[in-house]
Design a protein around this ligand. Structure first.
Ligand SMILES: [Zn+2]
Ligand SMILES: [Zn+2]
Length: 377
């Protein structure tokens, strides 16, 4: 690095612009399941090719919650390596402003000090067979912001964007919580892409939380015959209508399978997008799909799910597809948020200071009063 710059120097290689950076910052540290603490830690210093970002907002995701509660998927069990590590700063749905970067980073990402940026959650290796094949979201040895020690997340005042990160610019006009929604929305749009929706399809989306609402908006953009939202909470169903659902079914009071069959001359839906994480939503989807229908699973489940697999084979010859992260969907997600087409004020229900992270986690855990909870460091 170069020597400390004179006042008001803002060239990228001078690294520091604006007020001098503090030595320490507040950050949430994961010590293990249900043991997250707010601590004072050193502000990270970017190495060559990296960027230091002042975090403006970070969403709390269902996967953060499952990690917090210690789901085997995240902390490892007999059959599966741990995905999350301890002593990490959580938070993977973030937006911030670049405060330091060198020429190499500026050129790679086409950004400069002061730019508003988001980065994809996965930090790929760019060397494994998946990366070389363009399937970077399946990278074998990947890092993940907020889950791996090498890539601390955004529940902190500052964070580093590592060299291999995928960085996107986002409008400075958006409220931080709205801009940070680019992550869950890109995930939802990827699930929609996996569904290969056709114009004459009846598409059912299970769950009208942040992912489900994004799936509804994405599915509607594909312009199929009908987009149907399912949930048990009436306020979420109302929001689903605002996000583009043609009709909604309250599964607490209505039989979704029977209603969908009625709407499709007894055949069933063409496409089912599952975004609830509830085991019961899996069987529901298999039952309300038509023969040769397409099932897309996006959820992260806290436990194993048991269903009758002969529905997939013998009864209906279904096409069952997984979906993970939001590859190649970030620009579309950012455009959708910037367009003002989504009721973002109603989706981003809670913004809390970093010190209230526990309240934020609890709000997401209860799932009743909130859609998207964000921390504003
Ligand atoms: Zn997320
Ligand atoms: Zn890779």
């Amino acid at each position: 690095m170069t020597a400390a710059p004179a006042e008001n120097t803002t060239t990228p290689e001078s690294a520091v612009s604006g007020p001098r950076l503090p030595e320490t910052m507040q950050a949430v540290i994961v010590h293990g399941p249900e043991n997250y603490q707010l601590e004072t830690v050193a502000v990270p210093r970017p190495g060559p090719g990296e960027a230091l970002v002042k975090v403006e907002g970070v969403g709390i995701c269902a996967s953060d919650l499952k990690c917090y509660h210690g789901a085997p998927k995240f902390w490892g069990d007999a059959n599966r390596p741990a995905w999350a590590e301890t002593e990490v700063i959580p938070g993977h749905e973030f937006v911030g402003t670049i405060v330091q970067l060198d020429d190499e980073a500026a050129q790679r990402w086409g950004v400069t000090v002061g730019d508003r940026v988001v980065a994809e959650q996965i930090v790929p290796c760019w060397k494994c067979r998946y990366c070389l094949d363009g399937k970077y979201w399946m990278c074998q040895p990947h890092d993940m912001f907020g889950f791996k020690r090498r890539t601390p997340g955004a529940m902190a005042e500052y964070m580093l964007f590592s060299k291999d990160a995928l960085v996107h610019q986002v409008s400075a006009d958006l409220p931080p919580a709205h801009a940070a929604f680019a992550e869950p929305l890109s995930c939802a749009l990827h699930a929609v892409e996996r569904a290969d929706i056709h114009f004459d399809d009846v598409v059912v989306v299970a769950g009208c939380g942040p992912i489900g609402l994004g799936m509804i908006a994405g599915a509607k953009s594909k312009n199929p015959k009908l987009v149907i939202g399912l949930d048990m909470a009436q306020d979420k169903l109302d929001l689903a209508l605002e996000c583009g659902a043609d009709l909604v079914i309250n599964i607490g009071t209505d039989d979704a399978v029977a209603r969908v069959k009625e709407l499709t001359d007894g055949y069933g839906a063409d496409v089912y997008l599952e975004g609830t994480g509830h085991p019961s939503a899996v069987g529901q989807g298999l039952n309300l799909l038509r023969k040769l229908g397409t099932y897309v699973e996006y959820s992260v489940f806290g436990s194993d799910v048991t269903v009758d697999w002969s529905i997939i084979s013998d009864d209906k010859e279904l096409d069952v597809r997984g979906a993970h992260l939001g590859p190649h969907c970030w620009p579309a997600a950012i455009r959708m948020i910037e367009s003002g087409r989504l009721p973002m004020d109603k989706i981003c229900t809670h913004q809390l200071p970093l010190a209230d992270f526990q309240k934020g986690l609890d709000l997401v855990a209860s799932g009743k009063e909130s859609i998207k909870v964000s921390l504003i460091p």
